[in-house]
Design a protein around this ligand. Sequence first.
Ligand code: XMP
Length: 529
Amino acid sequence: TILLLDFGSQTSHLILRCLRSLNVFCEMLPCTTKAADLTWSPKGIIFSGGPASVKDATAPHVDPAFLELGVPILGICYGCQEIAWRINAENVAPGEEKEYGHTDLNIFQADGPEHVNQLFAGLGESMHVYMSHFDKLVRLPQDFVTIANTKSSEFAGIAHRTKPIYGIQFHPEVSHTPRGVDLLKNFAVTICKARQHWKMSDFVEQAITRIRNIVGDKAQVIGAVSGGVDSTVVARLFTLAIGDRFHAVLVDNGVMRLNECQEVQNMLQEHLGINLTIIDGAKLFLDRLKGVTEPETKRKIIGGTFIDLFEEEAIKIEKAAENTPNAGKVEYFAQGTLYPDVIESLSFNQFSATIKTHHNVGGLPARMMNGQGLKLIEPLRELFKDEVRAFGKQLGIPENLNMRHPFPGPGIAIRIIGEVTPERVAIVRKADHIFISMIREAGIYNEMAQAYAGLDTNRAVGVQGDARVYGYIIILRAVTSVNFMTAEPYAFDFELLKHISRRIVNEVDGVSRVTYDITSKPPGTIELE
Ligand code: XMP
């Protein structure tokens, strides 16, 4: 196992992900961890990047005992500065300007023992790298040699003359450093001799053991499910770990897709054996949405109503639990937060900067969480979407659920521009069902990150048969995207698009036209509201 000491960079988890892709297991701990508290011996240690400046009085620093363990060490960006600063604070100084983005790195063959040139072995004489730093090394630390530089960083790569200690100024973990994984492989596999035997199935076992250890043999856990892959993976995992002491709750908010509630019930309850309760809130949600047109107000109403119903159900489950002899109180709330949600939302530790808040993180309000003594468990917090899908496969979740496009919590409500009414929801459901079925039949579903039919509540004129119709405008949207932060419209085959349009106008009453949204994100967003 490799130990990653995290100084709070936005990309620390990408280091874990790169190593997992090499089947090397890596554990991430906060940079404040003490070497004496480790119960295992790492094969090597990585110091991550971080937003602080090593020269600040409040800057985080590693326990120097880690440097004395005698195992290989790689410092990345802040981690590299930390190594240099420990030797002499004057080795690090603020750069003249922030160096940010792509640059070319020159790689040297340095004189010295074999280990000195192992970090860049096989990477040639230069490579593209991604930099993001302000401070930099201005002097070569004592007993180190330079192994790489760039136009503006004279010491972009350094290696200790006698010990396997390395520092690099750039970030090998990001996709903008195309051969970064090879460098991490050199470090972990060649230099640290870490074994490449980690598998996703090990992660399943570890996650189940971790849940059992935390929850114990009496406490109960509650979690919301939506039919999406993340919440289904969480529900299945908890069911495997603690059986019916896990309670999945599905709230029908009236703005889910056609037949969705029924399908989720079939899959979760019958196929995956999950202890599921369905709350029918459709009427309440739609009543509360009456007359509301403002998107954020819609979100707040849906979020608030969800919490009201969920809280009521939690209390019922709690009461029922009191009467079961072998089960204890509901003590935990399980949530399928993924790593990208975490980085977008909140500082996952004290050293990381906040970027933006996210609807899925934070979950239940304080009155439910701490007020009722519920503690949060997020077993997918370290994973990325593709890893959750691999995880889902291990857990026996069928392919078509595993590969499902994400569906937003406020559902169809943010796909209807303007007021949500039962009639409009029914129209969108039908149109969306035709659109998605035809995409699936064409075998292109997995080529898109998300696809849906929405509705413009303005009406347009059309002719159907000999009659004039005055109906709604359906907006089709299908995008490709890697991380949902940016997206491109899917390049549809035009004949297929026309066929989809024909079927929607013919089969869905109240629709006069179909349009295809070709806006990228930015400047558009994926949802209509
Ligand atoms: P946008 O529309 O912001 O969407 O480009 C990016 C991704 O986030 C999803 N999304 C939401 N998910 N609650 C959710 O659970 C929301 O309020 C919400 N708004 C957008 C959207 O479906 C896409 O995957």
